[in-house]
Design a protein around this ligand. Structure first.
Ligand SMILES: [Zn+2]
Ligand SMILES: [Zn+2]
Length: 136
């Protein structure tokens, strides 16, 4: 039974498509909310593969949240202050079910030295059962 468990643990590591040459990188987007008094800017960061995916993601988000896009660009192209600032995630990747999600705060694994994040408590619990349950 031990071997079986180890095999299942390996399956939840996100698959890497080696044929895809577009880099998966961090982007920063700046929104303004016209419903608020004055111009209220908010920044979010997210991962996307290339400009078109990034564009798609910020458009979807802006429509859903009813905010206007001021600009968005790859984090590596952002100047000093922005590049070092910690932003709230626009979208995150659930390492258990391999899906992207849009919550403000991903649920982190509460296990020491594990940096996985999840879309739901359910995914986190399943991940803990599979990966951490029999380990100290
Ligand atoms: Zn999930
Ligand atoms: Zn974990």
């Amino acid at each position: 039974m031990k071997n079986h468990n180890e095999q299942r643990s390996r399956e939840i590591v996100p698959a890497v498509d080696e044929n895809n040459i577009v880099p998966y990188e961090k982007w920063i987007v700046c929104f303004s909310d016209s419903r608020k008094k004055g111009i209220k800017l908010s920044y979010r960061e997210f991962f996307a593969q290339g400009f078109y995916e990034a564009f798609d993601m910020v458009m979807t988000y802006a429509e859903k949240q009813n905010v206007d896009i001021r600009w968005f660009k790859a984090k590596r192209n952002c100047g000093g202050t922005l590049a070092n600032y910690k932003f709230v995630k626009l979208e995150s990747f659930c390492t258990y079910c391999n899906k992207r999600f849009n919550h403000e705060e991903p649920i982190p694994c509460n296990h020491v030295n594990c940096y996985s994040t999840f879309c739901s408590r359910h995914c986190m619990n399943d991940h803990i059962m599979l990966l951490h349950k029999n380990k100290a």
